[in-house]
Design a protein around this ligand. Structure first.
Ligand code: 13P
Length: 253
């Protein structure tokens, strides 16, 4: 049985007061669960990481970065290494988000190198993949997702250390989502692809998240699909009530 993971990517949002209040609100709620049936991960901007790690301490919520360098240290102005994230108390990091791929020209090779560096530093890694609207309309979704997985996932990746998030670029922040049939089709395909790369057992255990306009009203339906093991949430992760409403769909699951 794969555990569900409810992950929040705050992106470039939040100043100290709001960010700490959000982390505190979620920590207080998550703490009330004696035996949580799902895991929770939040990725604030780098500027808030230290405070959010402190606020969420001992709540059981997993805190991490939205990106990291492929290097451990050195002359890389503006970058943050996975070793630094680990040192700060982070448990994980997101790599290969489509906004990084698009805004910073991150290729599969770069994403894979970042994932390898993060694993080496002892962090859990969420690797993002997903097609653009043009790719979907051209019928290339599975080809694109398949080659992103092949190119971005480190050899020998293990379940429990690596999570894959399917985020169709056209569904991010748009309010649009693929049909549940389409989401399930891509997730089943990803699992099959991972089985070819990492073996059947690892593929069966690896958590596959869906991301792109997940909100309280569609979370239950998306999260009940057989190969969807959680959600990577952007906009709706910025409010305690919305994010908790999404997570709460898993309370009686
Ligand atoms: P939205 O939930 O705002 O569509 O963002 C999804 C996302 O990009 C999470 O990483």
């Amino acid at each position: 049985m794969r555990r569900k993971l409810i992950a929040g990517n705050w992106k470039m949002n939040g100043l100290t007061q709001d960010g700490v209040a959000l982390a505190k609100g979620l920590s207080d709620l998550y703490r009330t669960l004696t035996k949580p049936s799902f895991d929770m991960f939040i990725a604030p901007p780098f500027t808030l990481l230290s405070k959010v790690v402190e606020t969420a301490k001992e709540s059981g919520i997993w805190v991490g970065g939205q990106d990291c360098s492929m290097y451990d240290s050195g002359a890389h102005t503006g970058d943050v290494s996975p070793v630094m994230l680990k040192d700060l108390g982070c448990g994980g990091v997101i790599v290969g988000h489509s906004e990084r791929r698009a805004d910073h020209g991150e290729t599969n090779d770069i994403v894979k190198a970042k994932a390898e560096a993060a694993l080496k530093a002892g962090l859990g890694v969420i690797i993002c993949v997903g097609e653009t609207l043009a790719e979907r309309e051209a019928g290339k979704t599975l080809d694109v997702v398949g080659s992103q997985i092949k190119g971005s996932v480190p050899e020998g990746a293990k379940a429990g250390h690596v999570v894959i998030a399917y985020e169709p670029v056209w569904a991010i922040g748009t309010g649009k989502t693929p049909t549940t049939d389409d989401v399930q089709e891509v997730h089943a395909f990803m699992r099959q692809k991972l089985a070819g790369l990492l073996g059947e057992e690892t593929a069966q255990q690896m958590q596959l998240l869906y991301g792109g306009s997940v909100k309280p009203s569609n979370a239950k339906e998306l999260l009940s699909l057989p190969d969807v093991d959680g959600a990577l949430v952007g906009g709706a992760s910025l409010k305690v009530d919305d994010f908790w409403a999404i997570a709460s769909t898993q309370l009686s699951a």
